[in-house]
Ligand binder design. Structure first.
Ligand code: HEC
Length: 170
């Protein structure tokens, strides 16, 4: 008796697994290089572009290079979550449409995320071994973000980049 229930559950699970193979979220793919792309706004060397392409673009631009296992569900949902979440926080394709303050803050975040080794996500480097950045590559990303922040500071008044601290009475 118990055995047949178990078999039925397995069968249902199998059917569900097969059925979800036909459901896929829209792919994050675009061949267009929008004017708002960070490369079109701020100087980015080929070298840095190469590092970003290897380690960051998949989750932080409008164009993901999908691995073969993205065609398997529920892996695709899981990847899609990371891409959506990554883009929501920092999208290099739309960087130029951010307010100056947000741009500046996100660059601070880039430096911080790299220094604290939070990015790229470890689930990503686990599979994409070449996204494991060397110290030299990390320094290049940090140097790039810092140089853009310096350019911004030289171009715009500081209070358009950093929110002024509220005056305190102490
Ligand atoms: C596998 C997907 C993935 C990759 C690859 C990846 N990120 Fe992220 N990134 C995320 C996700 C998801 C978030 C949002 C959640 C979080 O902060 O953990 C995020 C957040 C960020 C943020 C915003 C933090 C904030 O709070 O504003 C920055 C900046 C960032 N990543 C930079 C990078 C850089 C630089 C690289 C490459 C060196 C990179 N990421 C690679 C997925 C990724």
């Amino acid at each position: 008796m118990k055995k047949t229930i178990f078999k039925k559950i397995l069968l249902i699970l199998f059917i569900v697994l097969v059925a979800i193979q036909f459901i896929h979220p829209a792919k994050n793919q675009s061949t267009e290089m929008p004017a708002t792309h960070i490369y079109n706004k701020y100087a980015t060397s080929q070298d840095v572009q190469q590092i970003l392409a290897t380690a960051c673009n998949d989750c932080h631009t409008n164009n993901t290079n999908y691995p073969w296992y993205a065609s398997i569900q529920p892996v695709d949902w899981w990847l899609n979550d990371h891409i959506k979440d990554g883009k929501k926080h920092f999208n290099m394709s739309e960087f130029g449409a951010y307010s100056l303050r947000k741009q500046y803050h996100k660059l601070e975040e880039v430096v911080e995320q790299i220094k604290e080794k939070e990015m790229p996500l470890s689930s990503y480097t686990w599979i994409h071994g070449n996204a494991n950045l060397s110290a030299e590559q990390q320094n290049k990303i940090i140097g790039w973000a810092t140089a853009i922040m310096d350019t911004m500071k030289a171009t715009y008044p500081l209070d358009s980049l950093i929110r002024k601290k509220k005056p305190t009475n102490s």
